[in-house]
Ligand binder design. Structure first.
Ligand SMILES: Nc1ncnc2c1ncn2[C@@H]1O[C@H](COP(=O)(O)OP(=O)(O)O)[C@@H](O)[C@H]1O
Ligand SMILES: [Mg+2]
Length: 391
């Protein structure tokens, strides 16, 4: 008898090596991110002379922030080593470690994986860190990825302490450099003290990827993960077209992967646009959910108002005035005080940037800043359901 599990596990796949499609895989080259890598190198060059630096990398989801840092930092470490300078690089995901203590513990675990996860105060842990660095005669380079999560939960004390640390350490040649990564601006989440030690001009802004950039990023993965000739050029085009709206490389790579799986499931030997369409239908819901979870409460309330209005009115568009009125009602339903008009506009822009809605001028001689909102990709009813779960 055929064992279904074994059969599935040993079935051949047109994906030659799926590890190249994994989100943790770091490609040797990053198409279209050369200038940003160069900027980082320029910015952090002083570390090669034992002078600490700090920087900020901002950009929407899937614009390569994490992979840029993970490409750049090991190169910096290597360059330093060739000059007999030791840099310890630690990458902290602040969504997983959102308090000062947890983030600091993550740093200490880099030096000692068995460092106890309780029993030490932040000040004591800083002292341990200081000793570790002096003992190794090493600099520290910390990437705080998704730094807004840490700043929102714990404020900027740790960042302040770490930047100050370098000043006090100067004779010891163990300075600490920081790179903060975030989707949203971080400076307004930092207090005066932290801002005073942080160089605000060291800011790199990443834009969403445009279509042709996504095409090149997907083509690179096609060459790595598939034998030649398996993925039709048309399919790469279609993936780039679909992903352009979000400008998100992760979504594009995920589409490629899912298209491969769709072709496998149909026992077909190449990936054609039909497989891409199947992949889109499946992937969309996952991406949408992840993006929804990234929205804040009032952004969700705004989106909920739009969905409600479009569903009830049965129209393609709702104007911003009506949407704002409905936002007021939705806030009431959820025991929230509606925010001021200008904030409402910010929320609209935020959820437009996140790719949920599009805004266009009404063009019908309406007054002022009235615009028309539409929800092009997801049924309003589905949005309502998902957002309700999160509110
Ligand atoms: N320029 C690029 N070249 C190749 N792969 C990229 C590029 N930019 C992003 N990626 C890939 O896209 C996915 C998302 O990138 P990531 O760095 O995680 O984005 P972010 O941190 O901005 O959300 C990862 O799998 C990453 O390897
Ligand atoms: Mg990231």
């Amino acid at each position: 008898m055929v064992d279904i599990v074994e059969d599935e596990l040993f079935k051949s796949s047109i994906i030659k090596d799926v590890s190249y499609l994994d989100f943790d895989y770091i490609p040797k080259e990053l198409p279209h991110r050369g200038p940003q890598l160069q900027m980082l190198a320029r910015l952090f060059k002083p570390t090669l002379s034992n002078v600490s630096q700090n920087g900020v990398l901002i950009g929407p989801v899937g614009t390569g922030k994490t992979v840029i840092a993970k490409t750049f930092c090991p190169k910096l470490v290597n360059a330093a080593r060739s000059k007999n300078i030791f840099i310890e690089y630690v990458h902290i995901n602040c969504r997983k470690r959102s308090t000062d203590a947890m983030a600091l513990l993550g740093i200490l675990n880099h030096f000692d994986p068995r460092f106890p996860d309780r029993g030490f105060s932040v000040q004591e842990m800083l002292e341990v860190l200081r000793k570790q660095l002096i003992r190794r005669n090493a600099q520290l380079f910390v990437v705080f990825d998704e730094a807004d999560a840490l700043l929102k939960k714990s404020g900027s004390d740790l960042i302040y302490d770490l930047t100050r640390f370098s000043d006090e350490q100067s004779e010891n040649k163990t300075p600490i450099s920081l790179l903060l990564i975030s989707q949203k601006p971080v400076f307004d989440l930092m207090d005066e003290a932290a801002l005073s030690t942080f160089k605000r001009s060291n800011l790199i802004n990443l834009g969403k990827y445009v279509r042709d950039e996504l095409f090149d990023i997907v083509r690179q993965r096609v060459q790595l993960a598939f034998p030649p000739g398996i993925v039709e050029e048309d399919s790469i085009d279609l993936i780039a077209d679909i992903a352009e709206e979000w400008g998100d490389a992760r979504f594009a790579i995920e589409l490629l992967w899912k298209a491969g799986v769709a072709a496998d499931n149909r026992h077909e030997q190449s990936i054609n646009p039909e497989h891409v369409r199947a992949a889109k239908a499946e992937t969309f819901s996952i991406v949408t959910e992840t993006k929804l979870r990234n929205l804040e409460r009032h952004q969700l309330l705004t989106l909920q108002a739009i969905a409600k209005r479009l569903k009830n009115d049965g129209t393609a568009y709702v104007n911003t005035g009506d949407a704002e009125k409905t936002y007021g009602l939705v806030c009431e339903e959820h025991d929230e005080t509606p925010r001021a008009h200008t904030m409402f506009w910010h929320y609209l822009k935020d959820i437009e940037n996140a790719g949920f809605i599009t805004l266009k001028k009404s063009g019908k001689g309406q007054l002022g800043t009235t615009q028309l909102i539409s929800l092009p990709d997801i049924p309003a009813e589905i949005v309502q359901g998902k957002v309700n779960e999160l509110l």
